[in-house]
Ligand binder design. Structure first.
Ligand code: PEP
Ligand code: MN
Length: 369
């Protein structure tokens, strides 16, 4: 059971002490406290764990400082959606709203290579009114001999250029907790020219120590990719690791599953899970069509498979799209074959807008019934 306290409850107040004393009287229940920092207010939540079945919601609501009470199941305590759960399904970061109700596009470079490509990408995004992108600095590669990303070296110019072109959030994968410090330092040096959403890649979905470290910081929101060879439940539990350590600003990313059942696509596209994740949890859901499809193959109707699959995710209510673009895909150091080109950005955004409008009409239709 979660007790959601009045906004900005002072933990030093007498009322709060009375609340703790009342909880201490309940047998076989222990507590864990959790703080949700919003732009305007701090919301404290007290999790009552253990023998809570006999507790009455009304009784708990009448305790001092308590604003709302939610009875939760064991699974996904913090990020899950529970019965009569009115907790938010959204968060804000650096002026961008992330929600189960809206859509943000993150088109960008899979891996940063040279300054000019970063600038061309960001200029194209600005021209299209985009404020988010993806830029890989730390790349987890199958072979130790492949390009591993420029790491912290490229951060200063990437962040400076982002500031120059009005980019507010960059999705950037990290593979080690030291990368959080490097990103923080580079952002500080550029006067916080932009913001970063830390991405945990599919190879690290169950790297629990990394998850705990990323969860302990609340400066950056997190995009957690689904593990490519584990169940959805296991991946959602991985997301809960982030929240249980204190960071519930989490977007859940679908990127396809590793199996040759999906051939000839690089991964078996799993965007049918968009509504499932939205039903089970409060996380906005991201789709990554580039890593799902892995090529620029085109159907006889002239539409790229990447675009068909993007549409499948959007029509099902996806809230974020992460897509690889590159000014010169043949020169890309990582994942060139799946990258879209600069001149395709406008078309990409238009196609998405079309499908998103259809999704919104579908929601309207079902609610009119
Ligand atoms: C990526 O987004 O660049 C990436 C490596 O994705 P994934 O972890 O899904 O393979
Ligand atoms: Mn990639």
């Amino acid at each position: 059971m979660i007790l959601i306290l009045e906004p900005n409850t002072d933990v030093n107040s007498q009322e709060y002490q009375h609340l703790l004393a009342a909880i201490a009287e309940i047998k076989n229940v222990h507590i864990s406290t959790h703080e949700v920092k919003g732009d305007q207010q701090v919301l404290a939540e007290i999790y009552l764990l253990g023998d809570t079945a006999a507790l009455q919601i009304e009784d708990m609501r009448s305790l001092p400082c308590v604003n709302r009470v939610v009875r939760i199941s064991e699974e996904y305590r913090i990020l899950g959606r529970h019965k009569d759960d009115t907790r938010p399904t959204s968060f804000d970061y650096n002026g961008v709203h992330f929600s189960q109700k809206n859509l943000n596009i993150f088109a960008g470079l899979c891996a940063v290579d040279i300054n000019e490509h970063v600038e061309q990408m960001m200029a194209a995004l600005k021209q299209q009114g985009q404020v988010c992108t993806r830029m890989g600095a730390y790349k987890p590669r199958t072979s130790p001999y492949s390009f591993q990303g420029h790491g912290s070296k490229c951060l200063p110019y990437v962040f400076d250029l982002a500031g120059e072109y009005g980019i507010k959030v960059i999705a950037m994968e990290i593979t080690h907790e030291s990368h959080i410090v490097e990103i923080h330092q580079a952002l500080t040096q550029t006067g916080n020219a932009t913001g970063v959403m830390l991405q945990i890649g599919t190879r690290n979905t169950q790297n629990f120590e990394l998850l705990k470290n990323v969860g302990r910081q609340q400066e950056f929101p997190v995009l957690l990719k689904r593990g490519f060879g584990i169940t959805l439940e296991e991946s959602l539990n991985a997301a809960e690791y982030l929240a249980s350590e204190g960071n519930s600003k989490v977007v859940f990313g679908l990127r396809g599953m590793k199996t040759n059942m999906g051939d000839p696509h690089r991964n078996f596209v799993d965007f049918s899970h968009v509504p499932v994740v939205k039903r089970l949890t409060r996380m906005p859901v991201c789709i990554d069509p580039s890593h799902s499809v892995g090529s620029r193959d085109r159907a006889p109707d002239s539409i790229l498979d990447v675009m068909h699959i993007t549409a499948q995710g959007i029509i099902a209510g996806a809230n974020m799209v992460l897509a690889d673009f590159h000014p010169q895909p043949t020169k890309a150091l990582v994942d060139g074959p799946q990258a879209l080109q600069m001149h395709e950005l406008e078309y990409f955004l238009k196609d998405i807008a079309l499908v998103r409008a259809a999704y919104e009409k579908r929601v309207e239709l079902v609610n009119k019934k």
